[in-house]
Design a protein around this ligand. Sequence first.
Ligand code: DAH
Length: 343
Amino acid sequence: MLEKIESILKEASEWSAKSAQDVENFRLAFLSKKGKLNQLFDEFKQVPNEKKREFGQELNKLKTKIEEKFSTLQEQGNESGGHSADRPDIFLPEVPDGLGALHPLTLTRRRISEIFARMGFNSEDGPEMETDWYNFTALNFPENHPAREMQDTFFIAKGKEQKDDTLLRTHTSNVQIRLMEHQKPPLRSIMIGRVYRNEAISARAHCQFHQAEGLYVDKNVSFRDLKDTLLHFAKEMFGKDTKIRLRPSYFPFTEPSAEIDISCFICKGEGCNICKKTGWVEIGGAGMVDPFVLQSSGIDPEEYTGYAFGMGIERIAMLKYDINDIRLFFDNDVRFLSQFKGA
Ligand code: DAH
């Protein structure tokens, strides 16, 4: 019996495995039900009682050693990927190519600034955490005026007076005031960034989104300049047959004010689901800068005029890439994001 133990131990310790199959063969030979170890344990039952102690100890040592050897073989297999060159492991995930895609909002932002840069607009930036003054009051939303109802937001801190309350900006129009405070006209800028609203999240609305704001202030800036600029932008962004329509509207900081519609580039004006059968889709608001706003930022409205506009970036991206749920932009789902490779 002792000789048998020794020879099995020798055989096991000399075993080497080059593939997962070799490891399995080892298990079958030594550790399976019909394996050598079990056979020895069967024989052990016949051993006379006075020898049981001695043989039993040796047998248990053998068992431990074989189990250790099996673990070692398994580990070696795992380190080399669990498979050999001639037997690839088909269950391993494919090696990722590692190439990501730009976020559709980034693509849209870049395209917007590029189009306006070619028309002489420089890019400017402003704070997302803003005071009531820059977000509302200086833009001619007087305290307690019902126009404030249009844009509910998240308040962060109360100032001594309402005008220094801190809040998350509801639009990028705050940057207009900050620019005009520090720059003399002529100024022509595009301001892109994130904005916030106290809105219930749904497929069409979110509590955070992005806007592109435009501002042009100089002598003799007219509504016609605004229309031409917006028309050129629409053609560059959505295709050269695109038309624009300006619908009279109200914003406290512009007079006159308008909503900007573009002709539906999906159905070409025939009427489809995107344009709700009207042939037009809204992309933002615009107007001539209200004299009060120029004045609040230290610019003489007798000498200068200006136009401004603001557009939703998600809105534009949703139209351009046919996306039907605004929440997709913020879900970080690679199945969505990877579709913009090469866009
Ligand atoms: N700030 C407006 C909004 O978020 C959009 C807007 C309208 C911006 C007219 C403008 C403008 O600059 O002139 O609803």
